[in-house]
Design a binder for this molecule. Structure first.
Ligand SMILES: Cc1ncc(COP(=O)(O)O)c(C=O)c1O
Length: 396
């Protein structure tokens, strides 16, 4: 079927919740993807920070193929070696002590909120969760309540109670927001959907101190910024501040849907048998993907490669004097370029020219390519960005 035929059928059958670009992707290799008509694109979006290893990575594919032919799924009533090994790996990498494997980011956030509330109640605190302006924590009801965006919540009330939002990077607001009801703060060390905004190092240190003083749980949502994207395995490592709970998803499975909640022994000890569960979460296929992805990130030195490539892009974009350019933000390969105008037409123009990127927070062009994206592809992305900006300018 052609791109157009697929688009027409999608419009007829699929819940119309996504405003899609009219291409149907059929195949991927490294940082390149092809649509059903054979058109080739450089993928600088990486499935929104999912395809950290690029497409069709040989180690990931081999591990999955082996696991597929042995065992796809078992109930969490039983163990699988893949789950045991992945849990051990996540604990070794994170310096947190307990793991729960989920199927998505929003599910990780939901579970993190449950663990934090159970712990808070066990020490006589309330269940309120405080998030920050510009946050994005997911689209399920509780994660949407934490996300706090009125525009996304509109029409879905009543929202679950026990959530409050305060200004990002404002320690006074955090101090003033605390009461006996406060169970947890949830924060992205680098906000993704909100437009690539970094939490200040000093702010995170001060927030950690506040949490310690009041025995409040500090949750870092590393669903987008984790798994090596910023040049460290987890973005908070740049700051030296450790969370009590960390949520992961996106790149964890290298493209296989999965997430994880990591928590400290202290906080997770509040969870009893039967308090939480999942049917699919942590199944052998997903855990095999998780393990293979983390191993490839380590084996191929993708942390330092992401850091170097990110620095190259930062220097390049900061010196290019792009028309309408306002600010470069980001770390490693988590990149936001803010313009003086809405970036949707720019994204569409770049797609026309064979580069996949995305627009977030209206005026931000976001790039989240594979951590192993080749230098020549990055150069091509920049070339297409310049060309697209120039063409849009002449059309004005
Ligand atoms: C920081 C963050 N948290 C949570 C989510 C929700 O993840 P999912 O779409 O897998 O439910 C996202 C997704 O973009 C995210 O970026």
């Amino acid at each position: 079927m052609t791109n157009k035929e697929n688009s027409d059928l999608d419009k007829k059958y699929y819940l119309q919740a996504f405003k899609r670009y009219p291409i149907t992707l059929a195949r991927g290799q490294g940082s390149h993807v092809w649509d059903v008509e054979g058109n080739e694109y450089i993928d600088a979006l990486g499935g929104i920070a999912v395809n950290a290893l690029g497409h069709n990575h040989p180690d990931l594919v081999k591990s999955l193929q082996e696991q597929l032919s042995r065992l796809i799924h078992v109930s969490n009533f039983y163990l699988s070696e893949a789950q045991v090994k992945l849990s051990e790996k996540l604990v070794q990498l994170s310096a947190l002590e307990r793991v729960f494997i989920t199927n998505s980011g929003a599910e990780s956030v939901e579970g993190a909120i449950k663990i934090a509330r159970k712990y808070a109640h066990s020490i006589g605190r309330g269940g309120e969760v405080i998030s920050f302006t510009g946050a994005f924590h997911g689209r399920t009801l509780a994660s949407l309540a934490a996300t706090g965006k009125k525009q996304m919540q509109k029409g879905f009330d009543p929202m679950p109670g026990g959530f409050k939002q305060i200004p990002f990077n404002d320690i006074e607001a955090a101090r003033n927001a605390i009461s006996k009801e406060t169970a947890a703060f949830i924060i992205e060390p680098i906000q993704g959907e909100g437009g690539i905004h970094l939490a200040d190092r000093d702010f995170l240190h001060a927030l950690r101190k506040l949490c310690n003083e009041h025995n409040i749980v500090l949750i870092f949502d590393e669903i987008q910024c984790g798994m090596g994207r910023t040049g460290k395995m987890f973005a908070h490592e740049h700051t030296g501040v450790k969370p009590d709970i960390m949520t992961l998803a996106k790149a964890l499975g290298g493209g296989v849907p999965m997430g994880s909640i990591l928590s400290s022994e202290k906080v997770s000890s509040a969870i009893d048998f039967g308090d939480h569960g999942t049917t699919f979460g942590g199944n052998p296929l997903a855990c095999t993907a998780g393990l293979a992805t983390l191993e490839a990130i380590e084996k191929e030195d993708l942390l330092s490669r992401a850091g170097k490539k990110g620095n190259w892009l930062k220097n390049k974009i900061n010196t290019l004097q792009l028309p309408g350019f306002k600010e470069f933000r980001g770390k490693g390969l988590m990149i936001g370029v803010e313009f003086e105008f809405g970036t949707k037409p720019l994204v569409a123009k770049m797609l026309e020219k064979g580069v996949l990127v995305n627009s977030t927070a209206d005026t931000v062009l976001r790039m989240l390519p594979a951590l192993n994206i080749p230098q020549e592809d990055l150069e091509k992305v920049i070339e297409v960005l310049i060309e697209s900006l120039n063409e849009l300018k002449t059309h004005d």
